[in-house]
Design a protein around this ligand. Structure first.
Ligand code: TMP
Length: 206
């Protein structure tokens, strides 16, 4: 089972995902928690380049290809082998991030992104995508408290509004795969809803 967690900046993914993984392990499942970009040693190098705030000259096409390169390596090196071994894979961001950020945010061609995503993943799609949604200003304020802004977080507010709307459009287009959760709720309530969504999927599979 392959589950991705998505959301704009400051949605709380990195707090929620390990808790979800620990809960699944308590239920006796094998779980592998990973992320895009940076889920492999090569991906970690790509992550540094793509997020480095001093890389101001980076053009959108380069950015798109770096995320795709990270994902190709990640799927082949760790995700497919884990799924083949029967492990539940929890992934912090996946192909929907590329559509939201590079497609809706940067305005790159969405058909081309679909093709590039398909190429990078060999057609692998999440069984479930959990989208943590919250207003842009709130998310950016939370992210700013947590750490120094990276290259993407430094983008203008309009970019962040476009990508949030993009995420919601992707969820509306694919309601069988997406579950949208209001990330403004208390962290325990968010976690509860994540668990409910995963339980529903586990129920369907058993
Ligand atoms: P995060 O994993 O700490 O959220 O940081 C990753 C950043 O990279 C975040 O700003 C979203 C962005 N991103 C893209 O723009 N496209 C992608 O395909 C992925 C995976 C991430």
């Amino acid at each position: 089972m392959f589950i991705s967690l998505e959301g704009p900046e400051g949605a709380g993914k990195s707090t929620q995902l390990p808790q979800l993984g620990a809960w699944l392990e308590q239920q006796g499942h094998e779980v592998f928690t990973t992320r895009n970009p940076g889920g492999t040693p090569i991906g970690a190098q790509i992550r540094q380049v793509v997020l480095d705030a001093s890389n101001r000259a980076m053009v959108p096409t380069t950015e798109l290809m770096l995320y795709a390169a990270d994902r190709a390596q990640h799927v082949a090196e760790v995700v497919r082998p884990a799924l083949a071994a029967g492990t539940i894979v929890l992934c912090d961001r996946f192909t929907d991030s590329t559509m939201a950020y590079q497609g809706y945010g940067r305005g790159l061609d969405k058909d081309l992104i679909r093709q590039l995503n398909a190429m990078a993943t060999g057609g692998l799609r999440p069984d479930l995508t959990l989208l943590l949604d919250l207003p842009v200003e709130e998310g950016l304020a939370r992210a700013a408290k947590a750490r120094a802004a990276d290259r993407l977080e430094n983008e203008q507010i309009a970019f962040h509004h476009r990508l949030r709307a993009g995420y919601l459009a992707l969820a509306a287009e694919d309601p069988d795969r997406f579950v949208v959760i209001d990330a403004r709720q208390a962290p325990d309530d968010v976690q509860g809803q994540l668990r409910e969504a995963v339980s529903r999927l586990l129920g369907k599979r058993s």
